[in-house]
Design a protein around this ligand. Structure first.
Ligand code: IVH
Length: 663
């Protein structure tokens, strides 16, 4: 086909997709179905793959996928990114108005009221309409180059509707719904939840893998133009409209006011609306409308005199802490939660609030029976922020860290010195079972991919699986009890379980879930001790004499095997016929010094098997393609690694070529 025609088709597809992105992510008013959209995108990806000469950094295909970034370089801002002074009540905002009028020597001033979005600010540079750089605020003078990450945010267009060279600024934020979803996920992973959406947005933008940003649904509102006179824009109100015309997302709730009373009315109205917006706001930004006035008003070192933040009062209430409850998470973290006398916080009844950890309780001197202030952090998660000590009557009781795990009665402690979280140290605590099973069935252990997280949860809740050993005793009847499993799936899982009995010994060790023992340590242990009986009898001296095993790991291993439940589980594994011995494999240096990466699924090997083969032959397997990669092995349905390898000129081989290489 002639190239000119292809180029035209690509450009047409890009324009179409950009338009649909705009309808969907900015106007929230799509005009085609998801299927139709996917078709357009698929066709564009296909053409760009086939004709890489037409690839472009501002193509909508850049919004999907992603890859590793080596770090964030610092770049000077074109103009400092200032912050704002705050006001907290009607009196203070009236004073601001007076000050402005006095400096300008006028009797009336127009203001633009905008919501103050609780996110992180960003500067976006467009060159002839294409997004070329995104900078974080940094210290206001220099910011971090976060272009790759920002490109993944759906509401930030890679091309403007007009081919302008312009710098605009605005806020990137995490919508409430996404924030809550993300925090639940973090807690499940044993990570502390983010206190507010701003931290969550900032944390996401600092990721070194832009595909994470692509998945996390950050959003944006743009509100500022650098050097507006270049575009003949004379007021903030015009600026907001201009930004909209460029295809940028502008908050729809801004208002043009003739006087400060109108500003105060807007502020009051927004206080009522703030919890219903779907994104978190912490006030109103009041900006003088006319840009002519800005140079007269000037700015201090930190903030301009032509704008001010008019903050909302904290959503706060007074109530009594009647008890505490201890929650144990999937990784054993024990979190204290306050049980409160129910109190109304802006329309929701709050009965429980976060106390974070025991260091926090000590620092704030919180006791059971205390009257406390509860605030919604970032407006979302209620937390106890302070104690009203004057209201104590002497009957209050201290809150002490538990000596035993509230679920299993096991020992409690910190995993390492620096940690604030207290954990249950019993490796077999039922509360940790779901997480443990996830490791157990993972690729680096028994590789039973049919038993995903969803099923694990169901089996544990139905008490069909009570410890990891139970997996090998699952019957078709057990599996059928769990909804969503058909006969084919059952047969497949049982086959995988049968196969898993032959798992190499070091991966069995990974599956045992011994705290602090990962793949590398497991390999050392397997090679050294040869079988489970030797390993379970290992002494501290013997363990620490092995290179690569430190005293903390040694202690953890000994503790693990001392546990009665461990003995029971090992018996179960033995009886089920699980391989508990190290099998010497012939080693060679055939692939010595070579680094491989695998993408897509292979026909004859699981990834774990391929990895083992490569390692036995002296090679290494990495998870990402870089200039150090020697071979990319491509299976069916390869991912973005293939593209990266092509870009870097890495040698690409298929499964057959790989087999030749190792034969
Ligand atoms: S104007 C020169 N408008 O609040 C000041 N800022 O404390 C330019 N923010 O760093 C900022 N929403 O990150 C402006 N509608 C809005 C805003 C807003 C949120 C943030 C921004 C800024 C901080 C000021």
């Amino acid at each position: 086909m002639d190239k000119e025609k292809i180029k035209k088709e690509i450009e047409k597809l890009r324009k179409e997709i950009e338009y649909h992105n705009y309808r969907y992510y900015i106007l929230a008013d799509p005009v085609i179905s998801d299927d139709e959209y996917d078709k357009l995108m698929k066709r564009l990806i296909e053409l760009e793959e086939k004709y890489p000469e037409f690839k472009s950094p501002d193509s909508p295909t850049q919004k999907v996928g992603g890859g590793l970034i080596s770090g964030f370089r610092s770049v000077p801002h074109s103009k400092p990114m200032l912050s704002l002074d705050n006001t907290y009540n009607e009196e203070e905002i009236k004073e601001f108005d007076k000050r402005v009028k006095k400096i300008l020597n006028v009797s009336e001033v127009e203001y633009v009221c905008e919501l103050k979005i609780d996110g992180v600010s960003v500067a976006l540079r467009y060159n002839e309409g294409s997004l070329v750089m995104a900078l974080s605020r940094g210290n206001g003078i220099e910011g971090d180059d976060i272009t790759e990450n920002v490109k993944k945010i759906k509401s930030i267009p890679l091309r403007l509707f007009k081919p302008l060279t312009i710098e605009v600024r605005g806020e990137i934020f995490m919508p409430v719904e996404e924030f809550e979803k993300y925090n639940i996920q973090r807690e499940e992973e044993g990570l502390p939840p983010f206190a507010n959406p701003r931290n969550a947005a900032a944390g996401t933008l600092r990721q070194l893998d832009s595909s994470i940003v692509a998945k996390r649904n950050l959003d944006s509102f743009i509100y500022y133009i650098v050097d507006p006179e270049k575009y003949n824009i004379k007021t903030q109100w015009e600026a907001l409209n201009f930004l909209k015309e460029l295809g940028l997302k502008v908050n729809p709730l801004s208002k043009l006011c003739n006087n400060i009373d109108c500003v105060i009315d807007y502020w009051k109205e927004m206080i009522n609306q703030r919890t219903k917006l779907g994104y978190w706001v912490d006030g109103v930004v009041v900006k003088v409308n006319k840009f002519d006035y800005y140079s007269i008003l000037g700015e201090t070192a930190k903030s301009p005199r032509w704008a001010i933040a008019f903050k909302f009062p904290a959503i706060k209430a007074k109530t009594r802490l009647i008890d505490i409850e201890l929650n144990v998470g999937r990784t054993g973290t024990i979190t204290p939660v306050a049980i409160l006398e129910p109190v109304n916080l802006e329309g929701t009844v709050v009965k429980r609030a976060s106390l974070h950890n025991f260091d926090y309780i000590k620092e704030k001197d919180i006791k059971i029976g205390d009257y406390v202030y509860v605030e919604k952090a970032g407006g979302i998660i209620p937390q106890v922020v302070s104690v009203i000590k004057e209201m104590r009557n002497g009957t209050e009781k201290d809150i002490l860290p538990p000596e035993k795990c509230p679920v299993c009665g096991g020992p409690v402690g910190k995993l390492n010195e620096g940690e604030v979280a207290l954990r249950c140290l019993n490796p077999h605590c039922p509360q940790k079972l779901k997480r443990h099973l996830e490791i157990f069935v993972s690729r680096s252990a028994f590789d039973i991919s049919g038993l995903g997280e969803k099923f694990i949860d169901k089996f544990v809740e139905a008490k069909i699986i009570n410890d990891i050993g139970d997996i090998f005793y699952l019957t078709p009847f057990d599996l059928a009890q769990i909804s969503g499993m058909g006969p084919k799936m059952i047969a497949n899982i049982l086959e995988q379980i049968e196969k898993a009995k032959k798992t190499p010994f070091h991966r069995v060790i990974v599956g045992l879930g011994i705290p602090m023992v990962g793949e590398k340590t497991a390999k050392i242990l397997a090679e050294h001790f040869k079988n489970i009986d030797n390993l379970s009898k290992a002494t501290f001296e013997e363990l620490t004499s092995i290179e690569g095993i430190g005293p903390e790991v040694a202690r953890s291993i000994i503790e693990y095997f001392k546990n009665e439940k461990t003995k029971e589980i090992i018996e179960k594994l033995k009886k089920a016929g699980v391989n508990l011995e190290y099998k010497e494999t012939k080693k060679s240096d055939k692939l010595k010094g070579l680094t491989f990466v695998i993408t897509g699924s292979l026909k004859n090997y699981t990834r774990e098997e391929a990895k083992e083969i490569i390692e036995q032959l002296g090679g290494k397997v990495a998870s990402t393609v870089s200039s150090k990669t020697d071979y990319l092995i491509v299976g069916e349905n390869p991912g973005s690694k293939l593209e990266k390898a092509k870009q870097l000129g890495v040698k690409i081989i298929n499964e057959e070529e790989f087999e030749k290489l190792i034969s």
